[in-house]
Write a protein that binds this ligand. Structure first.
Ligand SMILES: [Zn+2]
Length: 503
């Protein structure tokens, strides 16, 4: 009985938390979560002129000065000590300032600093001059005060040496979001683990959001990654899954190049088995734990089919590989070129496609289009990627499992009788369920109504146009509506039950 009760409670937990996979509470208790207004946005340098750097212009935003599009480069040498659970990092950050107004400060995101003793900065200096840089570390960001302001098109190369003490991933809890970063007995996950530049907005400055209790809040401008990764002190040979395929692979040594990407995630396990296949030039790899070989085939097949469908409907994916990783935590989560699928989905798999293993596999695959290639501000406009990815599930069932479309609407959406407006910042929903119901479920309902109103031809042409015009960008809702030749006001007027007041 005990095990049955546990299973029921556990299933209940899983249903509550993972239904909106890749968006559930963080490990921060609610009362510690700062409000958006407290530190966001960090003001721009004084008199910053209206030129965007990492944001390329939105369709209805005039761009007075065309700026060269030079991506930041992160060259990362990392050594993971599998016994001490530490990562020693030497990182070179090359950044070109693309504003006319001098820049006095540079901000870097430091997510590992959210964990107690999780981040120790040993060295921070200008690589060219060798001079130490003045810095201040707060919560999840590092501020660098420059001795001399950077001028337009001036570059800086920053050397940072730091140590990450990885946190243990805690067991499932009904009150906290599953933690991804850190280690379990059989898996170590490095996500948002290095220093990275947040986007810069012409009007508001550096875009840095405080951690949210549920949902994501990070925003990723494109960057070029060069990663050298070594594993030491591992009692067993490990397998490494990453956001891109290695260009060099040696004994406990891997090298990667990932250009024009949002982020670079790594998952390490001595237990991984791997299935690989190449589809239309893209290498799809599934990393899974022993005894899940059957589910492994199911996941790989759905990923392949979803990849083919979304390539057809949305547009070509400018990536060379996708890594699908069985997660040793109870959540699904997307990163560029890599996504996690909860081990819980594998355990629940009943041999049919009426379950989370199928649902979330195709949901997370869709994030490679809506999150990685076309990004959005996940804190301000979480519906942009999550509603599209939830609706992508529906498109998947429609194409490959049409007899289950009604089941999908009932099981995934209608059962919860979702309410709420879909377009609030993540901080403004009153709780996780309110957020999930509105952003994911009402979001999918909106897209269905929108499609019905436009007709299939216009709807799919608009989606493909949105993808094409916003590839590499951080899109806003107005970009989505513009792809359908509609204004935000027209959409909000015609579908007002889904939208709040104009922000
Ligand atoms: Zn998602």
């Amino acid at each position: 009985m005990r095990s049955v009760n546990f299973r029921i409670r556990w299933l209940g937990y899983l249903f509550a938390v993972v239904l909106s996979s890749c968006a559930s509470p963080t490990n921060h208790p609610v009362d510690e979560t700062p409000t958006l207004q407290e530190i966001t946005p960090i003001p721009a340098e004084e008199e910053t002129i209206p030129t965007k750097i990492f944001f390329t212009p939105t369709s209805d935003t005039p761009q007075p000065t065309p700026a060269p599009f030079i991506l930041p480069t992160y060259t990362i040498h990392a050594v993971y000590d599998a016994t001490q659970m530490k990562v020693s990092v030497n990182q070179l950050i090359q950044f070109t300032h693309l504003f006319h107004q001098p820049l006095n400060k540079i901000f870097l995101i430091v997510e590992p600093n959210r964990f107690l003793n999780g981040f120790v900065l040993n060295r921070l200096e200008d690589q060219i001059t060798g001079r130490k840089l003045e810095w201040e570390l707060q919560q999840n960001w590092l501020q660098i005060q420059l001795d001399e302001p950077m001028s337009f098109q001036q570059s800086i190369s920053i050397v940072a040496e730091y140590t990450l003490q990885l946190p243990e991933i805690p067991p499932p809890s009904e009150t906290r979001k599953p933690q991804i970063y850190g280690y379990t007995q059989r898996q170590t996950n490095l996500v948002d683990w290095y220093l990275w530049l947040p986007p810069f907005d012409e009007e508001t400055g550096w875009v840095i959001h405080p951690p949210s209790f549920f949902g994501e809040y990070t925003v990723y401008p494109l960057a070029d990654f060069e990663v050298y990764f070594d594993v030491v002190n591992s009692p067993r040979q490990v397998v490494v899954a990453a956001s891109s395929s290695p260009v060099v692979e040696g004994q406990n040594h891997w090298e990667y190049r990932f250009t024009g990407a949002r982020n670079f995630a790594i998952s390490i396990s001595a237990d991984f088995e791997v299935n690989k296949i190449e589809v239309d030039g893209v290498k799809i790899s599934h990393y899974f734990f022993p005894l899940y070989r059957h589910q492994g085939e199911v996941v790989l097949n759905h990923t392949i089919q979803a990849f083919q469908l979304y390539s057809e409907l949305f547009g070509e994916l400018p990536r060379q590989s996708i890594s699908v990783v069985q997660a040793d935590f109870l959540d699904g989560m997307e990163f560029d070129g890599l996504f996690f699928l909860s081990k819980g989905f594998y355990d629940l798999y009943d041999g049919t496609d009426q379950g989370y293993l199928t649902l979330i596999t195709v949901h997370e695959t869709a994030h490679q289009w809506w999150y990685a290639v076309v990004a959005n501000d996940q804190a301000q406009h979480p519906w942009l990627d999550e509603a599209l990815c939830t609706y992508s599930e529906r498109l998947y069932y429609e194409r490959y499992l049409p007899e289950l479309v009604d089941w999908w609407w009932f099981y995934r959406v209608n059962f919860y009788q979702p309410e709420g407006v879909i377009d609030l910042p993540v901080y403004e929903y009153t709780g996780y369920l309110a957020y999930r119901d509105a952003v994911y479920l009402r979001g999918a309902e909106f897209l269905e109504e929108f499609r019905n109103a436009l007709g299939d031809v216009s709807f799919f042409e608009g989606l493909a146009r949105y993808y094409d015009k916003n590839t590499g960008r951080i899109a806003a809702p107005r970009d989505f509506f513009a792809a359908f030749n509609l204004t935000e006001e027209e959409i909000r007027g015609n579908f007002n039950s889904f939208f709040g007041s104009i922000p």
